[in-house]
Design a protein around this ligand. Structure first.
Ligand SMILES: *Cc1c(COP(=O)(O)O)cnc(C)c1O
Length: 428
């Protein structure tokens, strides 16, 4: 599908006048529409809940928009729990799917009444010691070699650090039943950025089988199942988005064959998607600073890998639009780079693009999830602003850009001439 922008060139120019590049901008209307499509695909289920993976887009304004659509939060740290709270997401609308978790974070999650999803059998004792045993508990399942289709981001389940083995799962529910837990859930997350809809149906079948087995072996009736996140998005123009309706119907069929047929209806269904909710509806906007021709042709932007790490981290493709040049032939080949002293600081390598000039506005697509969120301060780079394009066409600043004063905020040293000057200079 052709990659389109939610704004015209002149609209974008106006936005840039007020908020200098680089920045991430999110399309509220598209996020809402998309969230509704996911929920609609599971309208057959006794109850469906999406817990948005906060790590994907940790901005309270975005979380609040999602809350208005009936979406909760999947958190895995104290600051993420706090972000959920800031957005008004409370109690069992939060799923705490953490791993290698410190005691104070379990305590905070308990205090908020979040659903705790334990990542290991040893965490039963750890949780009991630090917070007591809650009435509701979930465990994360890792099928290991029992599942055949791993993929590249999470890898093969047997190589993944997460979850409990099958033997441990039975033991864990048995222990928790003895300890008086009243409500049980189960969780898994075995695929990431997956576009094949049959993978999600496969995961559901695996989990429904396991739920039947848990009932038979341990006598515990699981009340909700969380399939995790992992729904991919079409980063490349030739890729297809996951057909959510198809996934929903495939899972419905498995539900009827396994859950209903075994007398385990009603079972609540949950997911923790991050990427597919916001990913396609965020854009990193940057300006061409320099061009250079050596052994290859380079175009240098005012954004860098600290604004979007995925290409450097995973070799990911992110589509690039040179604004106003959409109809020009793609007759140039460039490496599109940032300014880090790291040669993998490239948004694109050998990309066919229209002729690019200094001052051109460049939009990097699909940065709405795991984009800004993965940002860092290496080489003294500052995090960008985040903007929200509202349904009425207006733009809100939902996170200001970092300033040099923010960068120095954790140091307690006397200011020098340069840093004094910088601290008084404010950016947008
Ligand atoms: C990262 C993560 C998610 C979200 O993954 P997406 O690929 O963004 O859908 C959900 N649950 C857990 C436990 C995660 O670690």
């Amino acid at each position: 599908m052709a990659k389109k922008l939610p704004f015209t060139k002149s609209q974008l120019e106006e936005i840039i006048q007020q908020y200098p590049t680089p920045f991430h901008i999110y399309d509220e209307e598209a996020i809402r529409k998309n969230a509704r499509q996911l929920i609609a695909a599971f309208s057959w289920a006794p109850q469906f809940k999406e817990y948005f993976a906060v790590k994907a887009t940790p901005n309270p304004t975005i979380l609040k928009i999602l809350r208005e659509e009936g979406i909760g939060a999947d958190c895995s740290s104290l600051p993420e729990l706090m972000l959920a709270e800031m957005a008004g997401i409370t109690g069992e609308n939060i799923m705490f799917s953490s791993n290698n978790t410190p005691a104070d974070e379990f305590q905070a999650a308990r205090k908020m009444g979040a659903i705790i999803n334990l990542d290991d059998i040893s965490h039963i004792d750890y949780l009991e010691k630090h917070t007591g045993i809650p009435e509701t508990i979930s465990f994360r399942y890792n099928p290991g070699p029992l599942m055949k289709n791993g993929n590249t981001i999470i890898g093969y389940p047997e190589e993944a650090k997460y979850g409990l083995t099958k033997e441990q799962i039975f033991e864990a529910y048995r222990i928790m039943k003895e300890k008086g837990v009243k409500h049980f859930g189960i969780h898994t997350m075995v695929i990431s950025n997956e576009l094949n809809p049959d993978c999600f149906i496969g995961t559901a079948n695996m989990m429904f089988d396991l739920i039947v087995e848990i009932k038979q072996k341990v006598g515990v009736a699981i009340e909700f199942v969380n399939f995790g996140g992992g729904i991919g998005i079409p980063y490349k123009p030739e890729q297809q988005a996951v057909d959510l309706q198809y996934v929903g119907q495939g899972i419905k069929k498995a539900y009827e064959e396994k859950i209903t047929a075994n007398g385990l209806h009603p079972l609540r269904i949950a997911m923790e998607c991050g990427r597919m909710i916001t990913g396609p509806y965020g854009y990193l906007v940057a300006t061409v600073l320099h061009k250079k021709q050596i052994h290859k042709n380079y175009v240098g932007l005012d954004a860098c890998m600290t604004n979007l790490m995925r290409p450097a981290l995973y070799g990911s493709y992110h589509h690039i639009t040179v604004v106003g040049k959409e109809d020009l032939p793609l007759d140039h080949v460039y490496d599109v780079t940032g300014s880090l002293c790291e040669n993998n600081d490239k948004f694109a390598i050998d990309r066919e693009l229209p002729v690019m000039d200094i001052g051109d506005t460049v939009v990097i697509h699909d940065t709405g999830a795991h984009g800004f969120a993965m940002g860092f301060n290496y080489n003294g780079k500052l995090r960008s602003a985040e903007l929200l394009l509202k349904p009425n066409g207006k733009v809100d600043l939902i996170r200001r850009a970092e300033t040099i004063a923010d960068y120095f905020a954790t140091l307690d040293v006397p200011a020098c001439g340069l840093s004094k000057a910088a601290a008084t200079k404010s950016q947008n």
